[in-house]
Design a protein around this ligand. Structure first.
Ligand code: ADP
Ligand code: ZN
Ligand code: ZN
Length: 828
């Protein structure tokens, strides 16, 4: 770059991790001009007394027109860590999802690569107007000066005041203090200390004479002998370079001081190497798989389809061996030398699939997961950049890794909503971004699912995607038989116990006797969904969200599942003081307790949000369950997908009604997916599977499609309804939610937005304002505006630009300045 502007001043555009519309331009100090490159990190001043880490998105010679460019303070990389491809993708995602490239960059880079910004406060050395301060402020200034600098948190401890931001702001305004961000690299590579012999001694004669010479110091001789026990004397010339771990000397109980003496004398050398944080995998256990005839046909059909289409949808029933087919394809692409990304939804199944993949690919594979630490993620990021990892399996954010030549992206369980990010921006859908990314890099995309999303299936039927089906389970396994249990009839017969039908309880009992396992599914965590007073009908509600609080038994608390607010359970009704407050409805915690009471001898486990917070909790529960000591696994949607247990022959769905009656145009699609996926956990090996679904509405059409396993029939019936209302897949939906502490302000802003949008787009396309699904969250009142845009009729880019302008216009009006407008493109 610098040759282009040999004498002129250089400027760089910098993407900053803040929600601002465009990159900021900075001036490059002379001593950096030769080194600045697109994609390198820089530290820059931003606003008043702030510094941020950003990425250079452009190097040029044009100063900005509207402001005077500041200098960059520091250049962090000589070689760029963000590729041109990524910069392109950040911008594409920002444009498509109506947010800012800096926000995309911020989420796409592991935080370990961004310098840590902890705001700190120091006294301004140029300050000389103590007379302008109040007594309290003088005191505070003294405290800060005594400590050199303090973080916000430290300061609040010192002065015993929870919120110090106002105080600090006042002091900044008076120029008495400076706020800055502590700048330090957060990524710490893991190093180990190693020891080797001085090169000139590292041969047979050298070693022998050395041992001889050390004869008088037995302890030093011992150290050398320990070394030789790891590095064979005949092989010493080739192995010495790598040395051995320093800990080996400790393990051999060698004298530490003798080791030190030998190092000081220059006989031994100490050196450090950077190692991977991931446990190295025992490559001896690598497994070879052989596809069955049906699987081979499917794999060939996928390859054939790729000859014509960029995207192929692979519709294979649960247990058909989709993972094995992915493995086969990955091996083929690895041979071609291109990169491969396999996306997994962020759910429990990642651990099981990852360990299956690791058995095949060993440490050639990088794993990118949100449960990993920053350092681990940085390692995978840098490993993709350097080419160390040709194949990565990861959750949705792994689409932002620095790939250079992708050949294949696999999106497993492509229908999963966890591919969509809800908060914060970018509110992207990883499957859709993956298709764009693949398009850019001329790679192929395989979308796999037993219950494809309507979007993808429609594309396949329209001929835009290839379609490959596999309708046979692996081996002798067959799909389980699915039966509905009519809870109304059961209640009439008085055969219900703790909301369990006699049919389900008998089936569970039979499994316990036969030493087979059961999964019980209920999509509600906690003990009971709400507390209710039987005298006055009081219901425990969150004071800042419009939802009822969930009873958690063990902690004896009421918890808000939206904001996390927790309070202790009242002993009497807060309104009428009655003792008759009872928990209503049933969560996983209560099911676990009831089952334990009914089957006191049975082993039980529970898997839900509450039991899986710890890093390895999923793995522990999965291991324990697959080892077979446990009879029943109770869980939320976490257990419904992807899991593969040999010994599960019964799946019980505790309550299907909430799912099928959820007020959303996608509820039927979701219910079908959820019930089919959870059913798919039964009978995956030799033992035939049975599924029992408890419902008060056994005539519901979705349920009969599930029972028959008729995806196509369900799709065609459901899609007809959608067409009538112009819902996706016949349109795209953009939602704009307004959020404000005052209901009237939030409502008015949403109402005005509707008017503005309708004026240009017509009233057919704009719905709302509607109260949010939950009307109030964290004290903010929410109203939703929906924009339905037919496919292929409108210029999407122009329409989005128009919507953005209307929001900006409203947001600059005084009345609506503090309203938050949250835009979601492609609502799921
Ligand atoms: P799906 O993802 O389609 O639900 P899986 O890939 O989990 O199915 O396969 C179901 C089970 O069958 C797994 O335990 C898997 O290891 C086994 N399996 C599938 N295909 C083969 C094969 N060709 N050889 C050995 N085991 C297989
Ligand atoms: Zn009451
Ligand atoms: Zn709340």
């Amino acid at each position: 770059m610098s040759e282009l502007f040999p004498t002129e001043t250089l400027f760089v555009d910098v993407l900053l991790p803040v929600p601002i519309p465009q990159a900021f331009t900075y001036r490059v100090p002379r001593h950096f001009t030769e080194y600045v490159k697109k994609g390198s990190r820089v530290i820059v001043p931003f606003g008043r007394n702030r510094v941020l880490t950003g990425i250079i998105s452009e190097v040029h010679g044009t100063p900005p027109e509207k402001y005077k460019a500041k200098y960059i303070s520091e250049l962090m990389d000589e070689d760029p860590i963000v590729t041109e491809n990524q910069l392109w993708l950040f911008q594409w995602v920002a444009d498509y999802y109506m947010c800012h490239a800096g926000e995309v960059m911020n989420m796409g880079l592991p935080s370990g690569l961004k310098v840590n910004s902890e705001s700190r406060i120091q006294v301004n050395p140029d300050f000389d107007r103590e007379d302008s301060l109040e007594t309290m402020e003088v005191e505070i200034l003294k405290i800060i000066a005594e400590n050199d600098s303090l973080s916000y948190a430290d300061l609040s401890k010192f002065i015993n005041e929870i919120d110090v931001t106002k105080l600090v702001k006042k002091l900044i305004d008076k120029n008495a203090i400076i706020v800055y961000e502590e700048v330090k690299e957060r990524y710490v590579p893991k190093k180990i200390k190693k020891i080797r012999l001085k090169a000139s001694l590292a041969n047979k004669t050298g070693v022998l004479s050395l041992i001889d010479q050390l004869g008088k110091s037995e302890k030093q001789q011992q150290v050398i002998l320990t070394y030789l026990s790891h590095v064979a004397i005949d092989d010493i010339e080739s192995k010495n370079l790598h040395g051995i771990d320093k800990v080996f000397f400790k393990e051999a109980e060698n004298s530490a001081s003798s080791l030190k003496t030998l190092i000081d004398k220059g006989i031994l050398e100490q050196f450090e190497i950077t190692v991977s944080r991931f446990d190295s995998i025992d490559t001896d256990s690598l497994k070879e798989i052989k596809l069955t005839e049906h699987q081979n046909q499917a794999s060939d059909a996928i390859m054939d389809s790729f000859a014509e289409k960029q995207v192929v949808l692979f519709h294979g029933i649960t247990g058909s061996g989709k993972t094995e087919i992915y493995i086969d394809l990955i091996q083929k692409v690895l041979e071609s030398g291109s990169q491969i990304l396999m996306l997994l939804p962020e759910i429990a199944l990642t651990t099981q699939i990852v360990s299956r993949l690791q058995k095949v690919f060993g440490d050639k594979m990088g794993v990118y997961h949100s449960k990993f630490s920053d350092n681990e993620r940085v390692e995978v990021y840098m490993g993709v950049l350097s080419g160390r990892y040709q194949f990565v399996v990861g959750v949705r954010s792994s689409i932002f890794l620095p790939f250079k030549n992708l050949g294949l992206i696999i999106v497993d369980e492509e229908h999963e909503i966890s591919y969509k990010q809800f908060d914060p921006a970018p509110r992207y859908h990883a499957r859709d971004v993956a298709i764009m990314l693949a398009h850019k890099q001329k790679a192929k995309v395989l979308l796999g699912s037993a219950t494809p999303s309507f979007e993808s299936y429609t594309q396949a039927l329209d001929g835009n995607y290839g379609l490959v089906e596999l309708n046979k389970r692996f081996g002798d396994a067959v799909l389980p038989s699915i039966e509905l249990i009519d809870m109304k009839a059961e209640r009439k017969n008085d055969s219900v116990r703790s909301d369990f039908s006699s049919v389900l309880l008998e089936a569970i009992e039979a499994r316990i006797k036969r030493n087979e396992q059961t999964i019980v599914f209920q999509n509600r965590r906690g003990y009971a969904p709400y507390m209710n007073c039987e005298e006055c009908n009081w219901i425990g509600k969150c004071h800042q969200c419009a939802v009822s609080l969930t009873h958690h038994l063990y902690e004896n608390t009421l918890v808000c599942h939206y904001c996390g607010h927790t309070e202790s359970l009242p002993k009497t009704c807060p309104v009428c003081d009655s003792l008759k407050i009872k928990s209503k409805g049933v969560g996983t915690q209560k099911i676990e307790e009831d089952l334990q009471e009914i089957f006191p001898e049975a082993g039980l486990l529970r898997m839900d949000f509450d039991t899986t917070r710890a890093k390895n909790a999923y793995q522990r529960i999965i291991n324990e369950f697959s080892e077979g000591e446990v009879d029943i696994l109770v869980g939320t949607q976490m257990i419904s997908k992807g899991l593969d247990f040999d010994n599960v022959s019964l799946v019980g769905v505790f309550d299907a009604d909430k799912m099928i009656h959820f007020p959303d145009f996608r509820s039927a699609e979701r219910a079908y997916q959820m019930l089919t996926q959870v059913s798919g956990r039964a009978g995956r090996k030799e033992k035939p599977g049975q599924v029992l679904i408890q419902t008060g509405d056994p005539e519901h059409p979705v349920l009969s499609y599930v029972v028959q396993g008729d995806y196509k029939g369900f799709y065609h019936a459901e899609v007809k309804e959608r067409e009538g209302f112009r819902y996706p897949p016949y349109s795209r939906i953009i939602s704009v939610s307004t959020k404000h502490v005052e209901k009237t302000v939030s409502h008015k802003a949403a109402g005005l937005l509707v008017e503005k949008l309708q004026a240009k787009l017509g009233s057919q396309r704009i719905l709302g304002p509607e109260r949010g699904m939950v009307e109030r969250i964290r004290n903010q009142y929410i109203f939703d505006v929906w924009i339905k845009l037919e496919k292929n009729k409108l210029n999407m880019a122009a329409t989005k630009k128009f919507i953005r302008e209307q929001i900006t216009e409203l947001n600059t009006q005084k009345e609506f300045k503090s309203v938050r407008f949250v835009v979601t493109v492609d609502v799921v």
